[in-house]
Design a protein around this ligand. Sequence first.
Ligand SMILES: NC(=O)c1ccc[n+]([C@@H]2O[C@H](COP(=O)([O-])OP(=O)(O)OC[C@H]3O[C@@H](n4cnc5c(N)ncnc54)[C@H](OP(=O)(O)O)[C@@H]3O)[C@@H](O)[C@H]2O)c1
Length: 253
Amino acid sequence: MNDWALITGASSGIGRELAGCFAADRFHLVLVARNEKKLEDLAEELHLKHGIMTKVLVRNLAIAGTPQDIFDSVRDLPVSILVNNAAFGVYGPFSESDLATQAAVMRVNMTALVELTHLFLQPMLSRHRGRILNVASVAAFQPGPTMNIYYASKAFVHSFSYALAMELEGTGVTVTALCPSTTRTDFFSRAKMKIPQNWFAMDARAVAEAGHRGLMRGKRVVIPGLLNRILAALARRGPVSVAAGAVRKIHAQ
Ligand SMILES: NC(=O)c1ccc[n+]([C@@H]2O[C@H](COP(=O)([O-])OP(=O)(O)OC[C@H]3O[C@@H](n4cnc5c(N)ncnc54)[C@H](OP(=O)(O)O)[C@@H]3O)[C@@H](O)[C@H]2O)c1
């Protein structure tokens, strides 16, 4: 196979596990994040295990112009899978948060995702073949007091991805929004919050496998875990004040 998958945020957590899923399918990989050592180690590990080719791009998606730079760096590679996974959040009252950091959250979680999608979509449409996996969250389904920009960004990713999936019907290009619930990764320490004490927190590997499976089947939305699907359905159907109030309580623990 000479197909390439490009994964942002491949240096840890769900993105790292997604890289493993695509390598097992014999996709060659473009691995994007800021931590060069982690990316190089993963690239070598997956090359040795699966015999695939890899390309490491050390890039900061919070910097304007980075998506175009990434696209230009892999222009010659047939990228048939784009995984927009990189994201982060800031925990705490919005009024006390650092505005520059919140702006970076919006750039990484939304702007870079939209720009990469637009850039890589063009060659996919020309080839009538491609799959895009945008990592949203169950945070998409209700507002999140004390993490409001992050939750709003995930609502954006879910809405954008679903609408684009419908627009692209019949083109050979699919779009899938992966909406995990609590997953054991570095996300919470980076956001400076305790990992919520949910007994149903999932492993990154299980979340990645569900996302990979749903993407390959062309599903529009994937919510890993039965209980998470039930809770997401309740959040979407019940009063928004109840769902947002529950988030506020969980965050205050
Ligand atoms: N963990 C959860 O409970 C959970 C739940 C729902 C959804 N999600 C979503 O899952 C996705 C992956 O998160 P995770 O849980 O695996 O967290 P993670 O372990 O913190 O991974 C985040 C990844 O994003 C990369 N990244 C962050 N800022 C970046 C930047 N400015 N430029 C380039 N890369 C950047 C990080 O790499 P570098 O630091 O090396 O740049 C890292 O590889 C995110 O979209 C997150 O919102 C997570």
